[in-house]
Write a protein that binds this ligand. Sequence first.
Ligand code: ATP
Ligand code: MG
Length: 567
Amino acid sequence: MRFSKFYAPTTKEAPKDATLPSHIFLVRGGFVEQNGSGLYNFLPLGKIMLEKIKSVVKEEMDKSGALQVDFSVVTSSELWKQSGRFDVFGKELLRFKDRKENDFVISPTNEESAVCMVRGKVTSYKQLPLNIYQINTKFRDEARPRFGILRGREFVMKDAYSFHSNTDDLKREFDLMEQTYSAIFTKLGLNFRAVQADSGAIGGSGSKEFMVLTQNGEDDIVYCEHCDYAANIEVATRAAKTTDKPQPEADASKFFTPDTKTIKDVAEFFKIDEYYTIKAVIKKAIFEKESKIVVFFIRGNDELQETKAQNAAKALELTDATEEEISQAGLIAGFCGPVGLNKVEFFIDNELKDSKQMICGANEKDYHFVGVNITNFNEDRFKDLSQVNEGDRCPKCGGKLKISKGIEVGHIFQLGDKYSSAMNATFLDENGKARPFIMGCYGIGVSRLIAVMVEASHDDKGCIWKKECAPFDGMIVISNLKDENCVNYATKLYEQAKNIGINVMLDDRNERFGVKMNDYELLGFPYAIIVGKSLADDEVELIQRDGLIKTKIKASQALDELKNRLC
Ligand code: ATP
Ligand code: MG
């Protein structure tokens, strides 16, 4: 492609609401342009990336045996009423009426359409399993569309739906999809982890999210340096903390501890490690119709993980309790402990279960108990409440845990018979008995991936595409169009590269050299060959975009050099 014939309207202007590099560079580089809140057009460069990602996704999905289909983007609300989602989906579902006053929705996801595609047609267990997928437009009226195409309202998703006669077969497909997704994200050159995300009704292994590790992201991901353990921080666990510091010695005695309100004060007062103290975190838990004070007890050197705490209390939200609310609940801030506590609801962190010789508040001003054993509490008091920190030990292999921001690019889910039962979609099993299909569903954020690639790889000048998946492999820049030798050499190199399958762009625009270089850095193709004055001495410059590493090479070896680096 010759840049002079291409359409990539680059600009220095960043979108006003942009905070993330991917949003800024994709708009400034003319990959995408906004045409409404959460709505984007894909310009040629954006479209190239979209198609490249689609083709990687398609190749691997096809390899897995899944079959590509297309569901209509506009779906009759009748299907959504059958599944029961028409009324409960909330405002993300865009509903509208046609000229005959019939209700329709624009697909935010397609479980209903998928069930409808097989219902009454797949009638026997012999026709199972079946996995159908599409790569298609979705619309979700997101409450906060932001970060450009990372969270748009209209976006492209790969969504697959599988049908099985039993859960074992669903699990087999789930594992196959996990492998397929790993192959896709590896091919795209991404540093990703499959994380346990959902500890809710379906359980950890029933749902996995694929997160790309990035500097900016909406989620915090805990992952192990040594094994494949990875989890969203909201559900991450660790091997229990230990210590070799001496434990306090006392027999649950009450000590006068004036003004020792913080864990640090207590540890200093008794000259023991914070490991042997119990911290009380007092919160106000908000429920649909009421709110109440709840206390969470964790180890003194831990912090409370808010989402875990919220789930433990089954609350809609947790807020900090004010001093007034704490004393109204009959608690004494700084001296609150689980022993003899009966005025409020409380939970204790799993790791404190059966711990011995602990120090905790005595629920009396200026007093602590020393030598307490956390043994005689009801089982349902114990919950996972503490936050995993970097350096904690992996629950699987004991290796060191690390934490990174992450962006969700895929989600695989064991659905079971939720939709097939609701929509009365059954098959006949080996015994001729009608059973609802057992289903799985599997999504990938195709358009989001373009932004994720930039989030994962950029510098302050622009995108740094990985050679695995870049809009072009390289750029050949002619520094001065008036220099005929340069033009001839660059054009020949461009043709030769194309002939051997290296997809380069020739910057043959009549622009200043500085403009061309800025555009190269912004667009961020993996390599550039700069053809300038030194061509007379058989020399050109090779730039590796990642790190902007510049090397002088022999002009006659430029093609080989590109080939070596790219192939
Ligand atoms: P999120 O928690 O980010 O809203 P989700 O759980 O709603 O995601 P799914 O319904 O599992 O997402 O959709 C599958 C994939 O589609 C996600 O993993 C994500 O990559 C992508 N996706 C979801 N919502 C959007 C959006 N608004 N814009 C772009 N991509 C999206
Ligand atoms: Mg969502």
